[in-house]
Write a protein of this length. Structure first.
Ligand SMILES: [Zn+2]
Length: 339
């Protein structure tokens, strides 16, 4: 185990009571550093008095000779008998956990920073299961609004289905994320830090949330297929290639290759009937990113199947749960339902 770890200068927050696990006694606290809030587990219960005092006085401390635990995918600072906790000075301020930021001022918050906000859930999508590095993870998206503005929020794992649309909450330690110039908040991976509790509704008028989530989920029956299209895709950029004999030329990156090195892609247009709204028939586009989901419930292999086989197999599925974009009519997810 690497022992030469950098000392941590921090403020101490949320010192828990002593807990017992078998013969082991321990307690938890949070360490607020310059840029982050780190979870900590302390097995040296005689240090509780010191940490309680430092938390109450809001005094900065220096922690040295500690360990790091990566259990449960989190990075916790482990304080044991040999860890030194000493008074120090800090060149950054104490940040009260209840210091709520307005949504408008989140535009000045740096990525990865943890924030506390009060907000009303303006929109909430259905919970989806996505696969990240071979592990299925639950995900739910929504928008929260306060009198100053709105922002997207993503709830992950155990935090999905924890809030109700139109209700107002205090959230602390949500992590600021920036992706493709869009700012949103995430429940953090180190989720022992995150808390959420009910809050009084705002008395002020709230702005209309313009950027709403456009995906919806419904139970539907597949009525028909209006097109099944096959194309070969570039092994470099995945775009469509034009095949001339044994040679394939990418329409996008212009790379020339053997046509046998190109993979087969399919797109479909399917017609569904929404079982909740009996008169609503919809046409959905199944683009290559959603085709594997459709093919997996039909046991079809993209490289070996034919248009006829796809048509026949897809029409044989009775009832499905579909998730699609209500504006673009793009299929996002499809699951078989056994009725
Ligand atoms: Zn290409």
């Amino acid at each position: 185990m690497a022992s030469e770890k950098k000392d941590i200068t921090c403020f101490v927050h949320n010192v828990s009571p002593v807990k017992k696990s078998g013969a082991t006694s321990y307690f938890n606290c949070h360490l607020q550093t310059d840029k982050d809030l780190i979870g900590s587990v302390c097995f040296a219960t005689e240090k509780k008095e010191t940490l309680d005092a430092m938390a109450a006085q809001r005094s900065p401390v220096k922690i040295s000779n500690y360990n790091i635990s990566n259990k449960y995918g989190r990075r916790d600072v482990v304080i044991n008998r040999n860890t030194h906790i000493t008074s120090t000075t800090a060149d950054f301020p104490y940040k009260a956990q209840s210091d709520v930021t307005s949504i408008a001022s989140l535009s000045k918050v740096a990525p990865q920073q943890l924030v506390a906000i009060k907000g009303k859930i303006a929109h909430l999508s259905a919970t989806k299961t996505i696969v990240i590095q071979d592990f299925p993870v639950k995900k739910q998206e929504g928008y929260i609004v306060d009198p100053s503005g709105d922002i997207k929020i993503i709830f992950w794992g155990e935090h999905v289905d924890s809030v109700t649309p139109q209700s107002t909450y205090f959230f602390s330690n949500l992590r600021m994320k920036v992706s493709q110039n869009q700012r949103y908040l995430n429940t953090p991976k180190q989720d022992n830090l995150y808390t959420m509790k009910d809050a009084e509704p705002f008395k002020e008028k709230l702005p209309d949330v313009t950027e709403i989530s456009t995906t919806t989920e419904t139970i539907a029956e597949i009525l028909g297929i209006s097109s099944v299209t096959k194309y070969s895709s570039c092994c470099s950029c995945s775009k469509k290639v034009t095949i001339k004999g044994k040679i394939a030329v990418c329409d996008n990156c212009k790379m020339t290759k053997k046509s046998t090195n190109c993979s087969v892609k399919w797109t479909l247009r399917i017609h569904i009937q929404d079982s909740n709204q009996p008169r609503q028939k919809l046409q959905l586009h199944v683009y290559p990113d959603a085709v594997p989901k459709l093919f997996s419930i039909c046991d079809l292999n993209a490289n070996e199947t034919t248009e006829d086989e796809i048509t026949e197999t897809v029409l044989n599925i009775d009832t499905v749960k579909v998730c699609f974009d209500t504006q673009t009519r793009k299929l996002v997810d499809i699951e078989k339902i056994n009725v």
